[in-house]
Design a protein around this ligand. Structure first.
Ligand SMILES: Cc1cc2nc3c(=O)[nH]c(=O)nc-3n(C[C@H](O)[C@H](O)[C@H](O)COP(=O)(O)OP(=O)(O)OC[C@H]3O[C@@H](n4cnc5c(N)ncnc54)[C@H](O)[C@@H]3O)c2cc1C
Length: 407
């Protein structure tokens, strides 16, 4: 999950200036501040059809069971953030062609398919040829699948196999512009290229809705505004926030009347978010790849020359943050993120955001994540050691929403 991408305002109904301010407000996380209330209301007073009926359930399902004594595990990973945006280009080393596809920040799951398509079109492989994909995260898997679908004999080589990768530790939500680049560092034309990726990837994710294990699904999402919002403030880094360009994708969110929900908050919006059940999605990608004859080999490369010594002439570099050490990608910045896991709650499938904490009830677990006051949170931090204080803070904050409602 990533800042500002969890719910979409109603683009067609609000005046453009108000809308832009509201979008920016959400992206900056100031939508939880009291000062944002006027704008929030202004952007959302609409036709009677937009107001939920009084018969709507008070919780969207059962109350979420969030407490420290239910903690299953804590996972931490670094987002492979590249100020100039993901690297997608081609390098030639004698007979070896290397296609780079890394540096997707907090948007790797969301944009994966579109970047895989672009990587394959950069490679232009001949049908029946062989290719090596380095990396078994979501970028490596989708790139390998696209190659295999094009009739290429693909071997994935990776230090970590799919369930062990950083990709497996993601929040699992559609967040295509999360930490995707810095305004001051992306090349000309990036905004348009990004929009093309987002639209194309969004369409591809839809193919998995309704599949066995529900790799992708839309689930209700609540943006909750606190009576006493935590202090926020803009990020020091000029992160790009582009999600407003694709605000027409997917269902829109609505402000809820107080009587329509049970949360003890100042105000609430309800929408639908596209969620990725990472375990099921990963399994599906692996199965599809193997069914097409793909091979997967565990191998760690200490340096670039070992990669170039592979027998395949086409090499796809999908090593994520690993590209820093392997390929000398010094421009990559780690952005730490921690997820606290509770057991799955199939009876309560929804998500929420409240006081800088994001919650998503996925098929493979209840995800609770403190996201910090702005996008700088975790910036430059490579340490993947769990922080129990951060976990307690997150659990206390959102656990308080369900006090008195425990079952
Ligand atoms: C806390 C958190 C939450 C996130 N939430 C979301 C979200 O909700 N939605 C979203 O779209 N994105 C999200 N992201 C971002 C997303 O997880 C990443 O962009 C994505 O996982 C990057 O995938 P990747 O395949 O490039 O890298 P990785 O998953 O890191 O995979 C890299 C692969 O390369 C291999 N490798 C690296 N170096 C070597 C080497 N030297 N030799 C051999 N193999 C090597 C690794 O073993 C691994 O197999 C989140 C990230 C974090 C940290």
């Amino acid at each position: 999950m990533e800042k500002g991408d969890f719910a979409r305002p109603d683009f067609d109904l609000a005046p453009r200036a108000v809308l832009r301010a509201y979008v920016q407000m959400r992206l900056d996380r100031r939508h939880v501040s009291t000062g944002g209330a006027g704008l929030l209301t202004g952007a959302c007073v609409q036709s009677p059809a937009a107001v939920p009926t009084p018969t709507q359930p008070r919780y969207p399902g059962a109350p979420l069971k969030i407490s420290e004594d239910r903690l299953m595990r804590i996972t931490v990973c670094t987002r492979p953030f590249r100020p100039a945006g993901p690297r997608l280009d081609r390098e030639q080393f004698d007979a070896k062609t290397v296609i780079h596809n890394y540096g997707h920040g907090g948007s790797g799951w969301s944009l994966s398919w579109a970047c895989a398509d672009q990587a394959v079109s950069l490679a232009q492989p001949a049908e029946g040829s062989r290719a090596a994909v380095i990396g078994a995260g979501v970028i490596g898997l989708t790139t390998a699948l696209r190659l295999a679908q094009a009739g290429i004999a693909v071997t994935i080589y990776a230090k970590d196999l799919p369930r062990e990768t950083r990709s497996a530790r993601a929040t699992g939500v559609w967040s295509p512009s999360s930490r995707i680049g810095l305004r001051s560092a992306v090349p000309d034309g990036f905004h348009d290229r990004w929009e093309g990726w987002a639209r194309s990837a969004f369409a591809t994710h839809q193919h998995f809705i309704g599949s066995l294990g529900a790799p992708v699904e839309f689930i209700p999402f609540y943006s909750l505004r606190s009576h006493t919002p935590p202090p926020g403030g803009p990020a020091r880094n000029d992160f790009l926030h582009l999600s407003g360009r694709v605000g027409d994708l997917g269902p829109r969110s609505r402000t809820l009347p107080d009587a329509a929900h049970a949360f003890p908050v100042a105000s609430a919006r309800r929408g639908l978010d596209m969620a990725f059940n990472i375990a099921a999605y990963t399994d599906r990608l692996v199965r599809d790849f193997l069914a097409l004859g793909g091979r997967m080999v565990r191998r760690s490369f200490a340096e670039r020359s070992q990669v170039l010594a592979l027998s395949e002439d086409l090499i796809m570099n999908c090593t994520g943050y690993g590209a820093k050490a392997l390929w000398g990608a010094d421009e990559l910045v780690p952005v730490r993120g921690q997820i606290n896991w509770m057991p799955p709650q199939p009876e309560a499938r929804y998500g929420l955001y409240y006081e800088d904490v994001y919650v998503l009830s996925r098929g493979d677990g209840l995800v609770v994540q403190y996201t910090g006051p702005n996008d700088d949170f975790g910036y430059g931090i490579e340490d993947e050691t769990p922080d129990r204080d951060e976990m307690r803070r997150a659990v206390r904050t959102v656990g308080s929403l369900f006090e008195g409602a425990r079952v």
